[in-house]
Design a protein around this ligand. Structure first.
Ligand SMILES: NC(=O)c1ccc[n+]([C@@H]2O[C@H](COP(=O)([O-])OP(=O)(O)OC[C@H]3O[C@@H](n4cnc5c(N)ncnc54)[C@H](O)[C@@H]3O)[C@@H](O)[C@H]2O)c1
Length: 248
């Protein structure tokens, strides 16, 4: 399939690790110039730059701060002249149950996962509207459908909110030629889930229909699909990437 992504410009928040890094690699392989926005994107950007000389940028941002989220978008436009694709993969994960969760952890989880997604996407839609074309892929989670495995209430609430936000943004962005969809991963083996107990990861694998947990590349493949030229009639959708863990 020709994705039509050759020469396009992509911004990936959380692009230094896990799913974001896999998405950045996959988009670069399709010919995108890629801006990595993360708390510390230097190592990942240097690695990607070696494979794709001149096609990689980096910007240090904390997406929970609205001005820094907007800065990620302006950095991509300044470096590469336009913005076509946004992947909002920056995220944090708390494992405390309802009774163990601190006020600070609640606020931080919502600020990064939900507000960070909103502020990056809002600015990106304005930048994409200049060219009348854009693709935004947000990161939800099957935790929003199941109530969470190891994830606690702040994580679950933030990801359920991202799914609603995705639909609201799709309404706002559609007339501007921009689609907004979310991927809804099950348990994916990344640094985020490395800290789960091994038995938790093993149980999660047995709950899928394919008998394994996901890889970052599994999710990146769907992100590339949603970002591709041919998917212009798909917006406001949630695409499960969970090995059959949840079917809806
Ligand atoms: N791994 C999974 O099982 C899984 C499942 C469903 C959804 N997700 C979601 O996918 C996304 C990526 O997760 P991952 O597993 O690749 O995790 P990860 O920890 O490997 O990567 C997350 C990245 O986000 C960055 N980040 C965190 N806070 C940030 C901030 N305030 N500003 C900028 N960058 C920040 C981190 O530095 C890191 O590079 C997250 O939104 C996560 O909730 C992951």
């Amino acid at each position: 399939m020709d994705t039509g992504l050759d020469g396009k410009v992509a911004l990936v928040t959380g692009g230094a690790s896990g799913i974001g890094l896999a998405a950045a690699r996959a988009l670069a392989a399709e010919g995108c110039r890629v801006m990595l926005a993360d708390l510390d994107p230097r190592t990942a950007a240097a690695e990607l730059e070696r494979a794709h000389p001149g096609a990689v940028g980096e910007v240090v941002v904390d997406v929970s701060a609205p001005a820094q989220a907007r800065r990620a978008v302006s950095a991509a436009v300044e470096r590469f002249g336009r913005l076509d694709v946004l992947v909002t993969s920056a995220g944090v994960y708390e494992t405390q149950g309802v009774d163990g969760l601190s006020d600070e952890e609640w606020d931080r989880t919502l600020a990064v996962n939900l507000s960070g997604t909103y502020h990056c996407a809002h600015a990106a839609i304005d930048a994409m509207a200049v060219n009348g074309w854009g693709r935004i892929v947000t990161l939800a989670s099957s935790a929003a459908q199941t109530g969470g495995g190891a994830g606690g209430p702040a994580y679950v609430a933030s990801k359920a909110a991202v799914m609603g936000l995705t639909r609201s943004l799709a309404k706002h962005a559609g007339p501007k030629g921009v689609t907004v969809n979310s991927v809804v991963p099950g348990l994916i083996e990344t640094p985020m889930t490395d800290r789960l107990r091994p038995e938790h990861r093993e149980i999660a694998a047995t709950l899928t229909l394919v008998g394994r947990n996901g890889t970052p590349a599994d999710v990146a493949a769907v992100i590339v699909m949603l970002a591709s030229e041919g998917l212009g009639f798909v917006t406001g959708s949630h695409v499960n990437v969970n090995g059959g863990l949840v079917m809806d």
